[in-house]
Design a protein around this ligand. Structure first.
Ligand code: AMP
Length: 364
């Protein structure tokens, strides 16, 4: 079986690494000659909407998936009409647009921050009179890792903020004074079987994920599973999904979902009986889903902008290094390291050391 992936970055790389033991082969489409998954798969190099390359991908792959959600709708449609594409194109359409996504959460009874669609300065002024400060103005499309976002603290900032959005359709959201950010990852097969991972508690800085840790027996696990199940069933979803949530006084408010494997689940490679990458493959190939049981305490730390000192990192007990074969650049995720241990003290010590190694090279 050959799995096609749109995008050949680290997520595709980790999907391929999980797929080799299952006897799978891979083909990725990515414009970058140095795409991180290129060494692990056949690489079609060119733009994501190149009709010849898409036709070749559809022809060679038994199933096509993707590692990012900003796949143009016509590309997803083209591929869907020639081969099996999972997750389904409707999930992409919703996840690509923050307004559709927030509306969708609310239709499903999943709470969010208060929000409003913004297409003009007048819209923004009217919305802010209701929502109140602070708030965040976000472009509806093409936003990730805090890109295309402006925090609004007072009325006199509105005109400049709207100008900075350059007329792009946007939404404004009330700022949620959350106690913590969590995400839940789940996988669904075409038959409807679903498995859930334990919640991940996530620390962001500058809108970018830094540390993610598995939470066992979390008080909010059932609520998060209920929410993600609603999404999966409504979308008739197949594959792995990640739902990002704010925990505000024990209530979960949805921020966004990603129709793909997710950075906050990287600890599952060593920390779970079956990783999110393997379960994504099992789901899209309609194979039995694997246990999501965690193996002790598990967490991961991102390396952003700079590579870790491999010698130093690998000398730590319980640490595992994942390099993405990417050149360091400001703000770029180039590696992560995970820690897994049955011993809480050792786990915490290792996690602290990993976080300090990551801080040392951080260039974000
Ligand atoms: P996003 O690109 O929407 O995932 O936002 C990146 C990060 O910005 C989130 O993980 C939060 O840390 C923060 N953030 C985004 N929206 C809100 C909000 N409405 N209230 C508080 N923090 C937010």
């Amino acid at each position: 079986m050959k799995v096609g992936i749109l995008g050949g970055g680290q997520l595709a790389r980790m999907i391929a690494l999980a797929g080799y033991p299952l006897g799978l082969q891979f083909i990725v489409l990515d414009p970058d000659a140095n795409a991180g998954a290129a060494g692990l798969s056949e690489h079609l190099q060119g733009p994501y909407d190149d009709p010849d390359l898409l036709a070749e991908l559809a022809e060679k792959a038994d199933v096509v998936t993707y590692e990012f959600e900003n796949v143009p709708a016509h590309v997803a449609e083209f591929l869907s009409s020639h081969t099996t594409v999972y997750p389904p194109a409707n999930a992409l359409a919703v996840a690509q647009d923050r307004l559709l996504e927030k509306n969708f959460f609310n239709e499903l009874g999943i709470g969010t921050a208060p929000y409003a669609a913004i297409d003009s300065l007048n819209d923004l002024q009217q919305a802010m009179a209701l929502i109140g400060y602070p708030a965040i103005l976000k472009s509806r499309r093409m936003g990730y890792d805090g890109k295309g976002q402006i925090v609004l603290r007072a009325e006199n900032e509105l005109a400049d903020a709207w100008q900075a959005m350059q007329g792009n359709p946007s939404i404004v959201e009330g700022f949620v004074p959350f106690q913590r950010e969590v995400s839940i990852i789940a996988a669904r097969r075409p038959s409807g079987d679903i498995v859930f991972y334990p919640l991940s508690e996530n620390q962001h800085k500058g809108g970018i994920l830094r540390v993610a840790a598995a939470c066992s027996n979390d008080a909010e696990q059932d609520m998060a599973e209920d929410y993600v199940r609603r999404l999966l069933e409504k979308l008739n979803y197949v594959g792995v999904i990640a739902l990002e949530l704010f925990d505000l006084n024990g209530q979960l408010l949805a921020n966004e979902f990603a129709p793909r494997v997710h950075n906050s689940g990287h600890w599952s490679i060593e920390g779970s009986e079956t990783s999110q990458f393997e379960n994504h493959l099992r789901a899209i190939l309609d194979l039995p889903l694997g246990s999501t049981q965690t193996l002790g305490y598990a967490a991961m730390v991102n390396f952003i902008g700079g590579l870790p000192e491999s010698q130093e990192l690998l000398s730590l007990d319980h640490a595992h290094l994942h390099l993405y074969d990417k050149l360091p650049r400001k703000g770029r995720k180039v590696a992560h390291a995970s820690v897994r241990s049955d011993n809480l003290k050792q786990f915490n010590e290792c996690l602290e050391k990993l976080a300090s190694l990551a801080n040392r090279v951080d260039n974000s």
